[in-house]
Design a protein around this ligand. Structure first.
Ligand code: RAM
Length: 934
């Protein structure tokens, strides 16, 4: 036996390296792609030092059998000489509603071929067309809700339709969408694991549909389709609409429409080659179920005594259910929509979304369960559970109760000193779920599904006895973007800041990049997104996620061509729809995504809108001096250190001109690049003329004014930059004290603060801010128990609790899960660890670590003595660690993925022993590298 195995092993070809990590449109094996020219990408894996690709071949076939036979009926591009590990589809027209199978092999520099990759597959949705099934609804006889003071929380609706097929089904693909949020069911079971489908869009312009491959669950004979549809963003409460009185009748609900609707189109293929399409129509039945209310912001109510049983199974008695009606039959409901800028009559009856596209990203899923760490009794019958981690999502309730017993579930991110939930920061989001027990003697279990909460603490009331810890389990929910990094260092507090930022991203990646997961806001604020996009792309593969959101951003452009302050844009708020540094997300986010992924589609797909925006911005500021452009969000949430709007605008305009020029060059728009470079030169000249003094100081003299001048490259000469940075250092020192770091930057100034300090020779100061436990700092938050990044530096202070540094803060606008200040992780990865793209998509890598130096021995924390981090780039994993050794030397190790090169910049002498370490740059190739610097 052993001998045979040995012989078999010997005859196996030696597998030098493999082609792995295959993705199509930045997803692995997705169901429902409607891109006619999807992008395919792959990686090379193997230990061979210097491994690189010289050629590749891709096969794309319309069935697994064809591909298994080594054939490709859709595309075989032959052996193509190329170093690029991605290609845009250029085969035969991709058929709709088809399982597509593909694989890739590559050749290395010695001309050896890898084995074929594992077979990959995806299912096309409708390419070049869209679902055309009729939209249905329940007959909605309730009057339009008019009372702003009173919550109106309608029950979700259950829909079902039993169908018979005589022939054998060989393929069953369903396309479904809702105005509202929905779950699809088949034969008694929920289909898929997505939450909040089909996502938030401006439903009047566009909605997404989801594709489901039901083939394996479909039976010959009888099958039943079901769906549950709740209000969601379409008809429910949205953001702070209720708080400020927006929408029809100022209620903050029915922002897009009055009555939710459903659309299902089932495409069946039979074994005789024929096909059939089954759609929603008025033969579908509809009823209410156990949920008596379900709202994204307000929470869900469930009466378990009213459960429907196998409502989506065959043979279910739906004789008491009503017939669904065409959604349009609920009639026209014209009302005046009110927001900050308008009072305008709009249609709130059914309006069919003119564009339906396949949902382009990973769905929101439950990705982790968190058991409760402790439970304490607040008062008789009321108990507070602590998960030990601030999350967004849901809980699973597991209890025993009597029939009719009402359990009220409330959520909070923090506790007051007396143990009560801190709910002031939820504002008008009720964030309360209600469960009414059916009285099952074996116990009962329930999770809401059409709502989401931001919380660490869960309060149960209405209990008769102390519940076990297992009564509450946290269900972590977010857009399921694959994680792509890890960071650890010798200072556990800094490690925790990194993890807190990742947790904050998880808490806010709910279909779109939201600002916060707990209060009545949860909007795609553009300023926050642009500040954080590069960090986000370190933490996770966010390409598909941003592909979706960039469409919503473009849909929300103003008539002048300005990107908005948030997208989707349900209503107008603040000083204007747009604003400096917020609207600029329309340029900065595509640039960040291009850098992280190497894919130019992030700007190619939006180029006309982006250039129109640039023109509109120029028209607003023809002299290129910086202007008050839109809403004055400014250096949001700085600590009493305002920077004038016009000045910020000047710097940000320069930043986006530079980025546009780079993208124009990469996209083959050379003449446009020259134009943006001209503008940039004028903006810089105006900066010099109006803001720069001879001694390098800047007027205005806020910390962020300095930081932005340096970050936006208003100054480019290294000596000049250093002179200006010296003033920034003095400013920081002038505010610092035994209890204070001296930092006073807000959203815009904080992200680039540490990068510009390092860049201008003040890395030790950057490190001491990073490691500080004083106020304000990341460490101060961690010291006070933070497990996510806070919205404000003073969201909580030891002296004033939730009242802010001076006790006067608005505790209601005080999120404990807001990622803007978490953008410091970009500096941790790119600068402290030193992993960054030298070329977009990491085809060339910059490995430039920055170590504490000898001088930092006298800061108040033990200087960081080692780091260990990785990032899964499009080319594969880049791993770096460095360590101060006992003899004072430096051990640096890096792993560079195949098919890349890296520019490695290391000191020539140990940074811990020499006063002025010089650096040396060298090129290293794929493989493991180890250096000891004495
Ligand atoms: C707040 C949001 C967001 C910020 C805007 C200006 O309400 O939470 O973080 O970008 O305002």
């Amino acid at each position: 036996m052993i001998r045979i195995l040995f012989a078999a092993l010997l005859t196996l070809p030696l597998q030098a390296y493999e082609t792995t990590g295959l993705q199509v449109e930045h997803r692995s094996n997705p169901v429902g792609l409607d891109d006619s020219e999807p992008r395919f990408q792959w990686q090379l894996t193997g230990d061979e030092p210097g491994l690189s690709q010289t050629a590749y071949q891709i096969l794309v076939a319309s069935s697994a059998e064809i591909l298994a036979g080594g054939k490709a009926d859709l595309w075989d591009n032959g052996k193509v000489a190329s170093p690029f590990s991605h290609v845009t589809y250029a085969g035969k027209v991709l058929p709709s509603t088809t399982g597509i199978h593909w694989k890739v092999r590559t050749w290395n520099a010695d001309g050896e071929a890898s084995p074929w990759s594992e077979d990959q597959h995806f299912t096309t949705a409708l390419i070049g067309s869209q679902p055309s099934a009729p939209w249905i609804s329940f007959k909605d006889t309730t009057p339009f809700h008019k009372d702003r003071q009173k919550l109106h929380l309608p029950a979700p609706r259950y829909y079902r339709k039993q169908l018979s097929t005589d022939k054998k089904v060989t393929r069953a693909i369903a396309y479904a969408s809702a105005l509202g949020i929905y779950e699809l069911h088949l034969n008694g079971e929920r289909v898929g694991d997505a939450y909040f489908a089909p996502g938030w869009t401006n439903y009047r312009k566009r909605a997404y549909y989801n594709a489901y491959d039901l083939t394996s669950q479909f039976q010959q004979g009888e099958n039943t389709l079901g769906a549950i549809v709740a209000d969601g963003w379409y008809a429910g409460y949205v953001a702070y609409g209720k708080l400020v009185g927006y929408g029809p009748f100022k209620t903050g609900r029915n922002i897009y429409g009055k009555t939710p609707a459903l659309m299902v189109q089932l495409e069946l293929s039979y074994d005789d080659g024929s096909t059939e399409t089954i759609t929603t129509d008025s033969s579908w039945k509809v009823a209410t179920g156990p949920e008596f209310e379900a709202d994204f912001l307000m929470g869900e109510g469930y009466d378990a005594r009213k459960e429907l049983g196998a409502w989506s199974g065959n043979g279910y008695d739906d004789s008491k259910w009503q017939n669904a009606i065409p959604a349009a039959d609920n009639g026209s409901h014209k009302q005046v929509f009110i927001d900050r800028f308008k009072k305008e009559e709009q249609e709130f009856g059914f309006v069919e979304p003119p564009v339906l596209q396949a949902y382009p990203a990973q769905p929101v899923r439950i990705t982790e369960e968190i058991p409760a760490e402790s439970v304490s009794e607040l008062k008789p019958g009321t108990f507070v559970f602590d998960l030990g981690q601030n999350i967004a999502g849901l809980i699973r309730l597991q209890i025993k109760g009597e029939a009719g017993q009402k359990i009220t579930i409330r959520y909070g991110e923090m506790l007051h000193p007396d143990g009560r939930l801190m709910t002031e920061n939820l504002r008008e989001a009720r964030s309360t779920d209600i469960y009414i027990c059916k009285g099952d003697s074996k116990g009962e279990s329930w999770s809401p599904r059409f709502t989401s909460h931001g919380f660490q603490f869960v309060e149960l009331s209405g209990l008769k006895e102390k519940p076990p810890l297992t009564a509450v389990t946290g269900l972590v929910m977010h857009s399921d973007t694959p994680f792509s990094s890890g960071f650890e260092c010798s200072d556990p507090l800094v490690t925790q800041v990194y993890n807190n930022a990742v947790w904050t991203q998880r808490g806010n990646w709910i279909d779109l990049p939201t600002d916060c997961p707990q209060r009545d806001e949860r909007m795609g604020w553009t300023g926050d997104a642009q500040i954080y996009a590069a960090s986000a792309a370190y933490h996770a593969d966010v390409a598909a996620f941003f592909k979706k959101w960039l469409r919503e951003l473009e849909d929300a452009i103003t008539p002048e061509g300005y990107y908005p302050s948030y997208a989707p844009y349900p209503f107008g708020h603040g000083g204007a729809i747009h604003g400096t540094a917020w609207s600029d997300a329309g340029i900065i986010v595509p640039h960040s995504l291009w850098q992280a992924t190497g894919n130019t589609v992030f700007f190619d797909a939006h180029w006309p809108a982006m250039t129109r925006y640039m023109e509109a911005r120029k028209k607003h500021d023809p002299e290129l001096e910086g202007s008050a452009f839109g809403a004055p969000w400014g250096d949001w949430l700085n600590v009493d250190d305002e920077t004038p709007h016009e000045y910020i605008d000047l710097c940000y305009f320069a930043k986006i001109c530079q980025q546009m020029a780079e993208m124009a060059e990469a996209g083959g728009h050379g003449d446009e690049a020259a134009r943006y470079r001209d503008w940039l030169a004028t903006l810089r000249a105006n900066f010099r003329a109006h803001h720069l003094q001879e001694d390098g100081s800047i007027e205005p003299s806020s910390q962020s004014a300095y930081v932005l001048a340096l970050d936006c490259n208003m100054l480019t000469d290294p000596a000049e930059r250093r002179a200006t940075a010296d003033h920034l250092v003095k400013l920081l020192a002038s505010k610092a004290g035994p209890e204070n770091t001296g930092m006073s930057t807000g959203f815009l100034g904080t992200k680039p603060l540490l990068p510009v300090l390092t860049d201008t020779g003040h890395h030790d100061l950057a490190l001491s801010l990073m490691q500080s436990r004083k106020f304000p700092s990341w460490g101060y938050e961690v010291k006070n128990g933070a497990t996510t990044i806070w919205e404000r530096w003073n969201s909580y202070t030891e002296e004033h609790g939730f009242g802010g540094a001076d006790g006067k803060m608005n505790a209601a606008m005080n999120s404990f899960s807001h990622y803007a200040f978490g953008a410091v992780t970009e500096w941790m990865m790119s600068t402290l660890v030193g992993i960054a793209p030298a070329e977009p998509g990491y085809s060339k890598i910059l490995l430039h670590p920055h170590f504490p130096t000898k001088s930092s021995d006298d800061t108040d924390q033990e200087p960081i003595s080692w780091v260990k981090a990785h990032h899964d780039s499009p080319q594969g994993r880049i791993a770096v660690s460095w360590k101060r050794q006992d003899d004072g030397s430096l051990l640096y190790e890096a792993s560079v993925p195949p098919n890349t090169t890296a520019e490695l910049i290391l000191p020539e002498t140990s940074p811990w022993t020499s006063d002025e370490p010089q650096t040396k740059s060298q090129e290293v190739g794929p493989g493991q590298h180890r250096f000891i610097v004495k």
